[in-house]
Design a protein around this ligand. Sequence first.
Ligand code: ZN
Length: 282
Amino acid sequence: MAQYLASCPLGCNSGLEPTPLILPEGPLLKCSDCGQLISQATEERYRESMLEFDDPKGTLPDAASRRRRFGLGKKWLDKISSLLNKPPSEIRLLDVGCSSGAFLQIAKALGFAAEGVEPAPRAAQTAKDAGLVVHCGYLQDIGFPPESFDAITLFEVIEHLREPAELLMECRRILKPGGILLVGTGNTASWTVASEKEAWRYFRIENHGGHISFYNPFSMAKLAQHCDFELARIDTQNVRLVEKGQTSPLLYRLSRIAGELLNLPAKFLGRGHDMQAYLRKS
Ligand SMILES: [Zn+2]
């Protein structure tokens, strides 16, 4: 298998060692310093797995999950507003990788001056058709003026990048001093990974196209430091013990109940599999 990185891409300069987490692309590699996990997927496999993203439906939720998504989005936006100590109406926000604009719609409804960036043309067009301001392309190619935004959000983006520093530095450049960058990604230090190991769907490029780099709170803090951000806050939530279809329906239902019971302690101990890191431009 082709191996593109010889050392940790988060600024550790430490070597990458194979782990017992074996994917179809080969064992995940781990930074001996920060614990970042790196996929050995070839460039070809990676590109092929990304094709699913240019879908006009994008990430628009169905009616059943819309209310839950609104609640989640509001929670994250409230935290941004409180970290900036500004009301939404005074916050210019950019959602990078906005897909068809589901999060932008929440931000707009709450009064934020929100716009997005999306490289997939059909998803971007759906967002534009819904009246949202969306720039089609990659952030680095758009060239926003320096210090344009109070807040930037990056949901489900950073795990797609072999070398994330360039994108974070561009976010830093276009953030105002004291601005907040919210990074949402999975957490490999979660009880979900402790239980499911390589079966965690998030690791699987066949289920989650383009996922090649996997964070934990410590590696996220390393990346923040490497890109000259201060880590203002980190949250994790949600625990799952087995994936659907890996066990009998009864055991799956019981594991769901156990997962629910573990959610609260996981939040306090940083062991949930969903992670949001709020980085501040110092
Ligand atoms: Zn590292």
